[in-house]
Design a binder for this molecule. Structure first.
Ligand SMILES: C[S@@+](CC[C@H](N)C(=O)[O-])C[C@H]1O[C@@H](n2cnc3c(N)ncnc32)[C@H](O)[C@@H]1O
Length: 280
């Protein structure tokens, strides 16, 4: 009698792991020393900074606040907090702070650290801000709770990530195919997951924040806009991984890039959800 197969253990996905063991942001893809990476991040910042700034003002950010910007990138929000608002302090944390060093002064303090490190504890802040960070972290739920714990009583947490309300319903096209391949490629290379982000308001309530609110901004996508350059640059960096999904071929990717660069393209980009709450 053949030996009976061992009882199957839980599938990796059931254990909360990805079946493909993804790499990390900045290592497997979006390496900070790759040419043009700062510009790519800035294209995203140019699109979303006005939305983030307006929200931060509505949340009452003002001189005297101590602020933490997690995954600060090229530091657009940290610089604005330090130099335009005149907050008391901005700790700008990133695993790689090369784009933040030149901004360092008495108010803006770049800090090289991994936000997923359980021992990360830089103090308590009136504002904790994280934009386009948690979606790239497989342990986002745990990190969200720890970010909330860094907010001083009465302080604010503001988190923003990508939300894609427009690709699925858009007409069949090389653009649509490329965008769907991009999300899958991101998931397979670094574990990026945006499926959970619409639950932000509920998650902030569950971790005990009060005065929870949320909003979504969906930028128009036409030639010459920073968001259009952002997607073109992102696709270029992910090209091999996008081809590896099997959802697109080189002809489709080339046509998608051509159409997005053309004056006749008009659409709506994937957008940004922002959610906030106050620590009681
Ligand atoms: C998509 S960029 C967003 C940058 C900036 N927040 C913005 O919105 O323009 C993500 C940033 O998070 C940083 N990052 C990724 N994983 C991190 C981690 N585990 N700890 C700290 N920073 C991390 C990356 O180095 C990168 O600068």
């Amino acid at each position: 009698m053949p030996a009976s197969p061992a009882a199957p253990g839980p599938r990796p996905a059931d254990r909360g792991e990805d079946e493909r063991s993804p790499g990390r942001y900045g290592e497997a893809v979006f390496e900070p020393d790759s040419p043009g990476e700062a510009e790519r991040v800035d294209y995203g910042a140019l699109t979303y900074d006005p939305i983030s700034r307006a929200r931060l003002l509505a949340l009452g950010v003002s001189p005297g606040w101590r602020c933490l910007d997690a995954g600060a990138g090229t530091g657009g929000i940290a610089r604005w907090l330090a130099h335009d608002i005149g907050v008391a302090e901005v700790v700008a944390v990133d695993r790689d702070i090369r784009f933040l060093i030149d901004a360092a002064d008495d108010t803006l303090r770049p800090l090289a650290a991994d936000i997923t490190d359980p021992s990360f504890d830089p103090g308590r802040f009136d504002l904790v801000h994280a934009r386009f960070l948690l979606m790239h972290l497989p342990d986002h739920e745990e990190v969200l709770s720890r970010l909330a714990a860094l907010v001083a009583p009465g302080g604010r947490l503001l988190v923003s990530d990508a939300i894609d309300l427009t690709t699925e319903p858009s007409p069949e096209s090389p653009y649509r195919a490329a965008m769907l391949a991009m999300w899958q490629a991101l998931r397979e290379t670094i574990g990026t997951d945006i499926t959970w982000v619409p639950g932000y308001p509920w998650r902030l309530r569950v971790i005990g924040l009060a005065e929870v609110g949320a909003e979504v901004y969906v930028p128009p996508l036409t030639r010459g806009r920073p968001i259009t350059s952002f997607w073109l640059e992102t696709w270029a960096r992910l090209r091999e991984a996008m081809l590896g999904t099997g959802l697109v071929d080189t002809g489709t990717l080339d046509e998608a890039a051509r159409s997005l660069s053309s004056g006749s393209f008009a659409g709506l980009s994937p957008g940004m959800i922002s959610a906030w709450g106050r620590r009681v």
